[in-house]
Design a protein around this ligand. Structure first.
Ligand SMILES: [Cu+2]
Length: 141
């Protein structure tokens, strides 16, 4: 009977409408060097994001000053095909650990739009990419 309970618990924890969104990690795309594609996602709470090592030497980690209160930080391994669920609504800044100084960051908005506060200590190129992402995609409702 134990296995029955385990299956039921999974069904409750992962509603059928939860989606998995894919993000590629690239040395270069048509949008620039050291880049996530896409670099902005608007997803629903409970959805997951799969970070795909489309080209080598990248990872995905939370910028720990850019996640909602109560959300768990994460950090994938370099070259890892990594899937993580986003349950807590809010804005998540994501960085490639070796390439944040080269501007390799992305923004994941979970649920309704909220203002994004960019931390003071962001590297210049990371700040510039976030500003470009915000200008292109992110407007509070
Ligand atoms: Cu990288």
């Amino acid at each position: 009977m134990k296995s029955t309970f385990a299956v039921l618990a999974c069904l409750v924890a992962m509603p059928a409408f939860a989606e998995v969104h894919e993000v590629g990690m690239f040395n270069r795309s048509e949008n620039g060097p050291m880049i996530y594609e896409p670099s902005f996602l608007h997803i629903a709470p409970g959805d997951s994001v799969r970070f795909i090592p489309s080209q080598p030497s990248h990872n995905a980690a939370t910028i720990d000053t850019m996640i909602p209160e109560g959300a768990a930080p994460f950090k994938s391994k370099i070259n890892e095909d990594f899937t993580v669920a986003f349950d807590v609504p809010g804005n998540y800044g994501i960085k490639c650990s070796p390439h944040i100084a080269m501007g390799m960051v992305m923004l994941i908005q979970v649920g309704d739009a909220e203002d994004v506060a960019l931390p003071d200590n962001l590297p210049k190129k990371a700040r510039e990419r976030f500003e470009a992402i915000l200008a292109a995609h992110h407007a509070p409702d």
